[in-house]
Write a protein that binds this ligand. Structure first.
Ligand code: ADP
Length: 475
């Protein structure tokens, strides 16, 4: 099959969260199964400053945005046999960050228009166009509007972001006729929603776990009414759990950690990495036998960070430690700074983004906290399990589908998961984890080995996507 991906991020060129890992891991896995994959990405300032220095210039053209013609270059780089095309446009992508600008909808409308033009100029003729989240959801409609024949899949990685703009701008952003709005295809809460337009125009929709797919379909009101829209497409809705790329995340082959290890040698390996964390953050090395918790996350209310904050006094009183790596909401960041001053022997934080530090924390920690309010899939807990850091998670979305809870199945447990709505469940699980840690329990050792042996590799998960693509092509 010839598959075109369009996405707003992909490792190693750009990443803010799981989406970047998934686009990279899935495209590599598809190529290994001998499919042709072309990935379209924006050429961000960070991409330019970072790893991309050996690209090839392939094309240059203008895109009409209303009565303005905006130029862009198309650059190409081939990595692991995946062909990446970058849309370079200073006006839209040469900025310090990736998202969060007032004109994001215009930026990604431009991106989709540029990708359409490139696909047509390069005569790519894809069998499948696979788009991801609101930023690229509208591309299949644009291609179909230009007369191209293909099958399409939209994967929703986070339904919270729906890409809204004023319908007045439809012609100038997307070069689409007004009837796409007045017919209701693009209209959502009286605005254009790029995500809704995608949902209503693709052949199939997927999200990144079965439980989250069911959650979306079972609540009409959720996410501004997205549940209702998705219900109209429930027979074309699928849930496929993400994999992780073990070439990027494996404790037995990881240049970011101080000692590599596997499930047989995890005790020495994790201890050496824990020591490195203590040294880096200034914890007392005489306290290496304390349980070390970590959280690595965007700091938003989705991730339940306030649940973690609430437990800092409990961690302190029970002799545990927590290192938190994240960035996001400025109120949450300030609260964390305050707690850090109050509990210097318990809490250390790194407010920012660091791939390197994240690996060390996965490797050196004993427990990984992810008490999300909702979680389409979540990669943090999957990576943590592979590094033998036991996840403590709420039982929602992909967290439910990936962690085997100690409360449900002691022999095969890979972590602790509590009912997502039970406020006490998280606090109780932290207490239990500390108790089991100090008890040097055999059960804990068994859980760590179970977790490390779980297989969430893309080489396994990719087959579900291939089956879905084939199913679409057979329609
Ligand atoms: P989401 O995509 O909702 O942010 P996921 O759990 O699916 O959450 O994916 C998060 C990914 O981003 C993981 O690979 C995690 O290690 C990484 N990550 C999150 N925050 C940071 C950070 N501050 N520094 C480094 N990596 C981070």
């Amino acid at each position: 099959m010839k598959i075109v991906f369009a996405a707003s991020e992909s490792v190693p060129f750009s990443k803010t969260g799981g989406l970047g890992d998934v686009v990279s891991g899935l495209s590599k896995a598809l190529v290994k199964k001998r499919h042709k994959v072309y990935v379209f990405l924006p050429f961000y300032l960070k991409t330019k400053r970072g790893v991309l220095d050996n690209y090839e210039f392939v094309d240059s053209f203008g895109v009409a945005m209303g009565n303005q013609m905006i130029g862009c270059n198309i650059l190409k780089d081939v990595r692991d046999d995946v062909t990446f095309y970058f849309i370079e446009c200073g006006e839209f992508f040469e900025r310090d960050g990736y998202y969060g600008y007032g004109d994001d909808e215009r930026r990604f409308s431009f991106f989709c228009q540029a990708v359409r033009k490139a696909i047509l100029r390069f005569n790519l003729q894809p069998d499948i166009v696979h788009v991801h989240d609101w930023q690229t959801a509208i591309l299949p409609l644009l291609l179909a509007d230009a007369g191209l024949k293909f099958r399409s899949l939209l994967t929703i990685h986070n339904p919270l972001f729906q890409g809204y703009f004023n319908p007045y701008n439809l012609g100038s952003y997307l070069d689409l006729q007004e009837y796409y709005y007045s017919s209701g295809l693009l209209r959502f809460n009286d605005q254009v929603s790029l995500l809704k337009g995608g949902i209503c125009s693709v052949d199939a929709i997927s999200t990144v776990s079965r439980t989250h797919a069911n959650e979306l379909l079972s609540d009409f009101k959720a996410f501004n009414g997205l549940g209702y829209i998705l219900n109209n497409r429930r027979f074309d809705m699928f849930g496929i759990v993400n994999g992780i790329d073990y070439t990027n995340f494996s404790p037995d082959n990881d240049s970011h950690i101080v000692k590599e290890y596997d499930y047989k040698t995890y005790k020495e390996g994790k201890l050496a990495n824990k020591k490195a964390i203590y040294e880096k953050f200034g914890f007392n090395l005489n306290e290496l036998d304390c349980p070390l918790f970590t959280a690595i996350s965007r700091l938003t209310s989705q991730k339940g960070v306030e649940r973690i904050v609430r437990n800092i006094p409990q961690l302190a009183s029970q002799g545990a430690k927590l290192v938190l790596l994240g960035q996001g909401d400025s109120n949450i960041e300030q609260t964390l700074k305050d707690y850090c001053n109050q509990y210097p022997n318990t809490l250390k934080i790194y407010l920012g983004y660091s791939e390197e530090l994240s690996h060390l924390l996965y490797a050196g920690s004993d427990f990984f906290l992810m008490p999300s309010r909702f979680e389409p899939c979540g990669l943090g807990q999957i990576i943590a399990m592979h590094y033998g850091s036991l996840p403590i998670v709420s039982k929602v979305g992909g967290l439910n589908d990936t962690v085997i809870s100690y409360y449900d199945n002691k022999a095969n447990a890979t972590g602790y998961s509590f009912d997502g709505w039970d406020e006490n469940g998280f606090d109780y699980s932290i207490g239990l984890a500390i108790q089991m840690y100090y008890g040097h329990s055999e059960e804990l050792d068994n859980m760590i080995k179970n977790a490390m042996k779980e297989d969430f590799s893309w080489s396994k998960q990719v087959n579900e996507y291939i089956d879905l693509y084939k199913n679409l092509l057979a329609r």
